[in-house]
Design a protein around this ligand. Structure first.
Ligand code: XMP
Length: 516
């Protein structure tokens, strides 16, 4: 399949470049900045994109691409830092600006370019750079300038090399998709052959070949990723080979475990193993207030329950399927340049079972080439319920990180009820799908309130709602005031133990999405 190769220099939005081009129907893959570009890498590659970076090309030892990128004869598009690399590689000069160009800026064309076909002069781009082209490399021309008369787009006369100083992958950039399509399809000639149907077909085929007539085990969390993997396994293999295991930690949302089981039954899963370990988890958490300690207890206990159950079910020799996404691989450093400043994911518990299966080469990860939104599309196509496909992300340690301080069955019950009301309200108001993640947090303090003539102490509940693309950064959701007021009233009127509702206005960074 034709592909566009993206070299990642550690930019915040590299994954978005990949996603946007895939949305156009062209397959993309992201590789570390310094990947060797040999014949094999170039196989089926139609063009190369150099991403942005937190580095400056003038740093003592910045990440640098293999020079074969430029000798490959393929079109190359530099984005921000990528452009500066190209300039420096060919003898131009980059210096730092007195003030960063940041945010929206119009681009005015100085000459025509295939990259800007069907893009009007003066379109609004989105910039984020502190360095800029001071002297063009010989053989390059300026195609467009920003409002500050700083080169915003350059192009080589004799080679298919294009550089832009702005970020077409960011949604604030007008005509960003058009610019990426111009590069990938018109300039590189890549075919629009990437589709979810094709991916489903290929991954079913791969599962069949890998697993053969052996058993495969999948842990079902209740989230969309593991459910979609389950759907693919059930399609690829005879039902008796597929074993699905769900461990109820007692820290799930209201009715969550039951709903997951129902969904999987509908898909035709035959071996559904349901383990109610809630008492074990809740008693291990008794008296524990420290957030890190809570996470550790849950992680360790999860591993031991999992091992115990795998043995009990006689599945020690089975393949292990996982809902690893493309973004997980990139986050854990497999897709990112060795020098990139990656925020490591602290989320995936390194279980001995996973380590063992990995060593044995018995891991099946059918979603490891797709992004979250693509997983949702696959889910819809293979018949996962809309409720589940749309579900917001939910952390592994569950409600334990949303009950600040000590966790108790009573607090779990209160939070479960409150959160169910919150989510129900968001759905009824048509807000749920606009929000990337929304949930409630139960605070360990009580405040005074009045009902009728009596004063009583009630818990404080915090509501959270954020926009994000991958959870690495997040913006607070700009809630309409009347919705918040009505939701707050409904919660305090319906749940006696909650006396006060507050809304969390923090973005990430500096805050995190979860409170613990
Ligand atoms: P933070 O709180 O780090 O969260 O800003 C970013 C995203 O990750 C989720 N999250 C977790 N997911 N296990 C998980 O599987 C965890 O321990 C965990 N902690 C946070 C969080 O819900 C958000 O979507």
């Amino acid at each position: 399949m034709d592909r566009i190769l993206i070299l990642d220099f550690g930019g915040q939005t590299t994954q978005l470049i990949g996603r946007r081009i895939r949305d156009l129907g062209v397959y993309t893959e992201i590789f570390p900045a310094e990947t060797k570009i040999d014949k094999e890498m170039l196989h089926e590659t139609k063009g190369i994109i150099l991403s942005g970076s937190p580095y400056s090309v003038n740093d003592p030892d910045p990440p640098w691409p293999d020079p074969s990128v430029f000798d490959s004869g393929l079109p190359v598009l530099g984005i921000c830092f990528g452009t500066q690399v190209m300039m420096k590689q060919y003898g131009g000069r980059i210096t730092s600006l007195p003030t960063r160009e940041f945010g929206r800026s119009r681009v005015h064309f100085r000459r025509a370019s295939a990259l800007f076909d069907q893009v009007p002069d003066g379109f609004v781009s989105w910039m984020s750079h502190g360095d800029s082209i001071d002297e063009l490399a010989p053989g390059f021309e300026v195609v467009g300038e920003s409002e500050n008369r700083i080169p915003a787009a350059v192009e080589a006369a004799a080679a298919p090399f294009y550089g832009i100083q702005f970020h077409p992958e960011v949604s604030h950039c007008e005509y960003g998709d058009q610019i990426l399509e111009n590069f990938a399809v018109k300039i590189c000639g890549a075919a629009k052959s990437w589709s979810m149907d094709l991916y489903i077909e290929q991954s079913i085929e791969r599962i069949k070949q890998r697993v053969g007539d052996q058993k495969v085990l999948l842990l079902i969390s209740g989230g969309v990723d593991s459910s979609v993997v389950a759907g693919l396994l059930v399609r690829a293999l005879p039902p008796e080979q597929v074993h699905l295991l769900h461990i109820d930690t007692g820290l799930m949302r209201k009715n969550e475990s039951q709903e997951v089981i129902q969904d999987l039954e509908q898909l035709g899963a035959r071996h559904l193993h349901f383990v109610d370990a809630s008492e074990e988890f809740l008693s291990a958490l008794e008296g524990v207030e420290d957030p890190e300690k809570k996470r550790e207890i849950i992680g360790d206990l999860f591993i031991s329950v999992q091992q115990r159950e795998v043995e009990r079910l006689g599945l020690g020799d089975a393949f292990l399927a996982q809902g690893t996404l493309y973004t997980d691989l990139i986050e854990s450093g497999k897709g990112v340049g060795k020098k990139a400043q990656v925020i490591k994911s602290h989320h995936n518990v390194r279980s001995p079972l996973v380590e063992k299966k990995r060593q044995q080469g018995m891991i099946v990860e059918p979603l490891d080439r797709v992004y979250k939104d693509e997983v949702r599309r696959i889910g819809r196509k293979i018949g996962i319920s809309e409720e589940l496909v749309r579900r917001h992300p939910f952390p592994g340690p569950g409600l334990a990180v949303r009950i600040l301080g000590e966790v108790s069955p009573e607090k779990c019950r209160i939070l479960r009820e409150a959160d169910a009301l919150y989510v129900e309200e968001l759905k009824q108001r048509g807000l749920y799908d606009d929000i990337w993640q929304a949930f409630s947090v139960l605070l360990p303090i009580r405040t005074v309130g009045v009902t009728g003539d009596t004063r009583h102490y009630g818990y404080v509940l915090a509501l959270r709602a954020v926009h994000s693309s991958d959870g690495m950064t997040a913006d607070v959701y700009p809630f309409p005031f009347h919705d918040l007021r009505e939701i707050s009233a409904r919660i305090t009127n319906s749940i006696r133990e909650i006396g006060r509702v507050v809304y969390d206005y923090s973005s990430k960074p500096p805050s995190t999405i979860e409170w613990e």
